[in-house]
Ligand binder design. Structure first.
Ligand code: MIC
Ligand code: SF4
Length: 640
């Protein structure tokens, strides 16, 4: 039987386990990446493992998230990561060099290789034919140490792209259509592969916009074939040597096939507050807007920026709109400066920011009260922009730029004839902001530098035989890690200070939660479906651990968060019958007995008053052992 692209890469990297859907498969990881908001913990964890040097082919530490230095904290974290990278054998992408996913695609990604990153948008490199996964920091630390990365063998979804996009319709509109069809949980347990003749009409940066937002589908990852277009991109980056061809076999079998006719797509937007709340711009109508932000790892390539500059050229941004533009990397920024496009954006009144995540993670540029913001980003969860009552719409760069001039949500097809924005034959290559690691000989004498903001990471304790505690919080469906552990300019500097962060846990849902949980000493959280979607931040598990959370019982979990809970030593359990969710309330005293035997059997019973509720343990044998030990760090330490 033929294989899909993903199956080929998995087969070539499989260390253990059967490639049967639902089975645990251990993979060899070729490359890793971290960013600064998750990197500090990952390097503290790597250090705790006591391994002297990374064992991957390539590992890169990026600084791109926490760049608003309004106190010493972020700068201290940067210094820790810089010194850790130097000592432990990693490349270090300095602040100012760009967003990790954009830079990795440009300078390091390679078809056929595996990559894990402590950021949920790591699948961006699927645009170049890599099998790239978002993971918790601890999983990345283990992979850096040469350990395997475990996935549950996913189902295979094939999306066939037919035809060609109409003028002013964008790659963003393709992934918004996929989100409309599949929803934010439609990709759970699946790898999404793109195929069909429409693929040939898309450049690598366009493909990367699509794989990037595969994270919003909840997919394990997304991948495009590696073809002549991939080769041309790599050649333009001076890296043609890493190209290999990669395609699915003719007789590859997929569990699901979706067909999309590109010529029928229209400019679209994901409406507040979910990336799958997609409507066409026409359907939404000419709503008045207050802010437009272009950038993020989804839409900050050179061609995306050229489109924006072309639309803004000779115009002025509407009086009531504030527009920001964030190029994705130093390469993009530099090229925009050289070709004059930057000048067109500045002249139109765009507020050009340094090439980082910036407004995407609430690092500045929060909209006004109840403001309407159009963003080319990938997430529009409540409060993520830093303004609780803002209304964020996710759109393409074309919709963003044209709307910025109009002052309302506008359809860029009104701009008339198509303009061709070609990918350059040669990108500007200057890796002077990527620092090389020390040699093995030099590394010995180096030390990492830790500022006062870096605090110890909590470690889980072995799960008891009987768990008896209160339901300290009950939440609904699609709870994101932005709800569990919010980000934003005020909180992000404390990513390496779990006690401080804990004060903001679930602040969007219930400000009293941290105090209540802490006072109880231990507790259980009840969640709906797709609990923990979004970011890979392991803080969303470590902070609840710090607050005494022992188990989360939900209708279903998002993949990375479930892994992070297990790594932290918190039991993720699901309802056998999702309707039982309705039988539980905050304050109920819950009890789960016979945990050891229940784990082995895969079934546990929850007692709450007169109710007996059947729970499922969806954990691999490896994960069960980890939970018994109190999480991955506890297990690793115990093994030493
Ligand atoms: C995000 O987009 O939410 C982030 C910030 O990049 C996160 C990582 C983090 O929380 O640090 C992600 O996507 O994993
Ligand atoms: Fe950065 Fe936003 Fe991309 Fe996350 S989604 S990596 S915050 S640009």
């Amino acid at each position: 039987m033929g294989q899909t692209i993903a199956q080929k890469i998995i087969a070539a990297h499989r260390l253990d386990g059967e490639m049967t859907v639902g089975q645990d498969v251990a993979l060899r990881i070729d490359q890793t990446l971290t960013q600064d908001a998750t990197g500090t913990l990952a390097y503290l964890e790597f250090e705790a493992m006591g391994i002297p040097r990374v064992k991957t082919e390539l590992s890169v530490a990026y600084i791109d998230h926490n760049t608003l230095q309004s106190g010493f904290e972020n700068a201290d974290d940067h210094e820790f990561i810089r010194t850790a990278a130097k000592k432990y054998g990693l490349y270090f992408s300095r602040p100012g060099n760009g967003i990790c996913h954009q830079v990795h695609l440009e300078r390091f990604g390679a078809p056929g290789k595996t990559l894990i990153g402590s950021d949920s948008h790591t699948p961006t490199c699927g645009g170049i034919g890599m099998l790239a996964f978002g993971a918790g920091g601890l999983d990345v630390a283990v992979a850096m140490g040469g350990g395997a990365y475990h996935i549950i063998m996913p189902k295979m979804t094939r999306i066939n792209l037919h035809g060609k996009l109409s003028p002013w319709v964008s790659a963003k509109d393709i992934i918004l259509e996929v989100l409309r069809i599949m929803s934010v949980k439609g990709g759970v347990g699946k790898i999404v592969e793109y195929g069909g003749e429409g693929v040939k009409t898309l450049t690598v940066p366009e493909r990367a916009t699509i794989t990037n937002m595969g994270a919003e589908l909840g997919a394990t990852t997304s991948v495009f074939p590696s073809d002549e277009i991939t080769k041309a991109f790599l050649a333009a980056q001076g890296r043609e040597d890493v190209w290999v061809e990669l395609k699915a076999d003719e007789d590859a079998v997929y569990d699901e096939i979706i067909d999309i006719d590109l010529s029928k797509l229209e400019p679209a937007a994901a409406c507040p507050h979910s990336p799958d709340n997609v409507k066409s711009v026409g359907e939404i109508g000419k709503i008045k807007i207050d802010q437009v932000c272009v950038g993020s790892c989804t839409n900050s390539s050179f061609t995306d920026m050229l489109k924006v500059a072309h639309i803004l050229k000779g115009k002025t941004i509407s009086e009531s709109v504030s527009m920001t533009v964030t190029p994705g990397s130093k390469q993009v920024y530099n090229m925009l400066a050289e070709c004059g496009a930057l000048s067109d954006m500045i002249a139109a009144g765009a507020r050009v920011l340094e090439c980082t995540c910036g407004p995407c993670i609430g690092m500045g540029q929060s909209p006004k009260s109840a403001g309407v913001s159009l963003r080319t980003f990938n997430r529009n969860f409540t409060g993520r922009s830093g303004t609780k009552d803002a209304e964020v719409y996710l759109v393409s760069p074309e919709v963003a730029a044209y709307s910025a001039i109009c002052g309302y949500l506008a359809d860029p097809r009104e701009l008339g004839d198509a303009v061709e924005f070609k990918m350059p034959e040669k990108f500007l290559i200057n890796d002077n902001m990527i620092t090389k690691p020390a040699t093995v000989e030099e590394a010995d004498s180096l030390a990492t530098v830790k500022g006062p903001n870096i605090k110890d990471c909590p470690i889980g304790t072995p799960v008891p035989e009987t768990l008896e505690c209160e339901c300290v919080l009950k939440v609904g469906d699609n709870i994101t890690t932005d709800h569990i552990m919010p980000a934003g300019a005020k909180i992000l500097p404390y990513r390496s200070n779990i006690p401080f962060l804990s004060k903001f846990c679930f602040a969007v849902c219930d400000e009293g939660f941290p105090e209540r949980a802490k006072a109880k000493g231990q507790g259980i959280i009840i969640g709906g479906s797709n609990y923990g979607q979004g970011s890979s931040r392991e803080h969303a598990a470590l902070v609840p651990l710090y607050l005494g959370i022992k188990a989360v019982i939900a209708k279903s979990f998002a993949r990375i968060h479930a892994d992070n809970l297990v790594n932290a030593g918190i039991l993720p359990l699901t309802f056998e019958n999702p309707d039982d969710y309705d039988k539980l309330a905050e304050g109920d005293v819950l009890s789960i007995a016979g945990i050891d035997a229940g784990l082995a059997e895969g079934k546990l019973t929850l007692r709450s008053g007169k109710n007996e509720i059947a729970l499922c343990v969806n954990l691999s044998e490896r994960q069960k052992e980890m939970i018994k030990a109190g999480g991955l760090l506890a297990a690793t330490k115990g093994a030493k």
